[in-house]
Ligand binder design. Structure first.
Ligand code: FAD
Length: 318
C-alpha cells in the first residue's frame, strides 16, 4: 500500500508545501512497510522530480500534462496513477490548486475527502485532526475504510529533508480529450497582488491601527528593511488599500512564517486563525488589552508611529 503525495508547482517553481506533504507521508508510514510516492503533474516535471527524489521518498512519478494546470487532465491523470500504484491515501496541498482537483479525485475514486488537515495518525486506523470554529477547537476525525484523499494545510508540517536517490518513473495517463471541458487560456495579475504569503519566512502584517492608506509606506519600509512580505488584517483589504491576497485569517491566507510582526492589529479570532502557527509573533499595539498580545512572544505597547520608524532604522542595513 502506498501514500501518494501530489507535489505542487507554480510558474516554474516547486512549492514548499510539496516537501511538507512528504514529511507528513513519512511520519504516517514510519515503522510500517508502506511506501511514500510523490507525483508531479505537468510543468517541468523532470526537474521537480529530481529535487523530490533526493529527500527520502520511495518513487517519484512524472506525468506530462502541459505547462498550465488543467482540472480535467489532472483529475484523470491522478485517478489513473492512484490505481496504477495501488495508493490507499492521497495527500494534496490545501491550496487553490489542491482544492480544485482533490474533491474531483475523491469523487472519481469514491473515497472520502478531508480538507485542511493539520495532523495525521495511523496508529489505530486513519485519524486526522483539523481546526474548527475559527481555530477555537481542534477536532479529530476517524476516517472510515482507511482510503482517503486529504488536503494538508501549508505550514502544518516542516519540509522534508534528507538524502536519497529515488526512482523517477514517467507515467503516461490515457487522457480522454472529450472529457477535458475547460482550458486555461491566460492569466492576468489583479492589481498589485500576486503575493504568496504562504511561502514567506518573515511577514509584517498591518491592521486598522495604521489609520490611512498613505501611512502604509511605513509598513512597506519596515518589510523592506526586514526582508519581509506585507500582509494585512481584513480592514486594510476591505478598504481597498491592499490586495485581497495579502489578507491573513479565516477568510484569507493561513501562514506559519518564522517571524510574524503584527502592527496595529487587534488579534481578533478570525485573524489569529491565520497566523497562530507562526514561530515567533511580535505585536505592536497601543492597547495593552489587545488580544494579539495573548499569542505574541514579544509585545510592544506603544504608538506604532513611534515604534515602527525605530524598527526600520534598527533593521535597515547600514
Ligand atoms: P481592529 O480590531 O480595529 O484593531 C486595530 C488595532 O490597532 C487595535 O487593537 C488598536 O489598539 C490598534 N491601534 C490603533 N491605533 C494604533 C496606533 N497608533 N499604534 C498602535 N496600535 C494602534 N479579519 C482578518 O484579519 N482576517 C480574516 O480572514 C477575517 N475573516 C473574517 C471572517 C468573518 C466571517 C468575520 C465575521 C470576520 C472576519 N475578520 C477577519 C474580521 C475580524 O473579526 C476583525 O474585525 C479584524 O481582524 C480586525 O482587524 P484589525 O485588528 O486590523 O482592526
Amino acid at each position: 500500500m502506498t501514500v501518494l503525495a501530489v507535489a505542487e508547482h507554480r510558474r516554474g517553481r516547486l512549492r514548499d508545501v510539496s516537501l511538507e506533504l512528504l514529511s507528513a507521508g513519512r511520519e504516517l508510514t514510519a515503522g510500517t512497510d508502506r511506501a511514500v510516492h510523490a507525483a508531479v503533474v505537468g510543468g517541468r516535471a523532470e526537474r521537480f522530480a529530481d529535487r523530490l527524489a533526493r529527500v527520502g521518498v520511495d518513487v517519484v512519478h512524472t506525468t506530462a500534462a502541459g505547462e498550465a494546470f488543467n482540472h480535467d487532465v489532472a483529475t484523470q491523470a491522478l485517478t489513473q496513477l492512484v490505481e496504477a500504484v495501488d495508493a490507499d491515501l492521497v495527500l494534496a496541498p490545501h491550496t487553490v490548486t489542491g482544492l480544485d482537483y482533490a474533491p474531483a479525485l475523491a469523487s472519481r475514486l469514491d473515497w472520502p475527502l478531508v480538507t485542511d488537515v493539520i495532523g495525521l495518525s495511523g496508529d489505530d486506523g486513519l485519524a486526522v485532526t483539523r481546526e474548527c470554529l475559527a481555530s477555537k477547537l481542534v477536532e479529530t476525525l476517524a476516517v472510515d475504510g482507511e482510503r482517503a484523499v486529504l488536503t494538508l494545510r501549508p505550514g502544518a508540517w516542516s519540509a522534508a529533508e534528507g538524502s536519497g536517490d529515488a526512482d523517477v518513473r514517467p507515467f503516461t495517463p490515457d487522457i480522454d480529450d472529450s472529457a477535458v471541458r475547460s482550458t486555461v487560456t491566460g492569466f492576468e495579475a489583479v492589481g498589485p497582488g500576486d503575493v504568496d504569503l504562504t511561502d514567506a519566512d518573515v511577514v509584517v502584517a498591518v491592521g486598522r491601527g495604521i489609520g490611512s492608506e498613505s501611512n502604509l509606506d511605513l509598513i512597506f519600509d519596515l518589510a523592506d528593511a526586514m526582508g519581509a512580505t506585507v500582509a494585512a488584517s481584513s480592514p486594510p483589504v476591505k478598504k481597498g488599500w491592499l490586495s485581497a491576497d495579502r489578507q491573513v485569517g479565516q477568510s484569507g491566507a493561513v501562514v506559519s512564517p518564522e517571524v510574524y510582526v503584527a502592527v496595529g492589529v487587534s488579534g481578533a479570532v478570525q485573524h489569529v486563525a491565520g497566523m497562530a502557527d507562526s514561530d515567533t509573533v511580535i505585536a505592536v499595539n497601543s492597547d495593552p488589552t489587545a488580544p494579539i498580545f495573548d499569542v505574541a512572544d514579544y509585545g510592544v505597547v506603544a504608538d506604532l508611529f513611534d515604534v515602527v520608524p525605530e524598527l526600520v532604522d534598527a533593521f535597515r542595513p547600514p
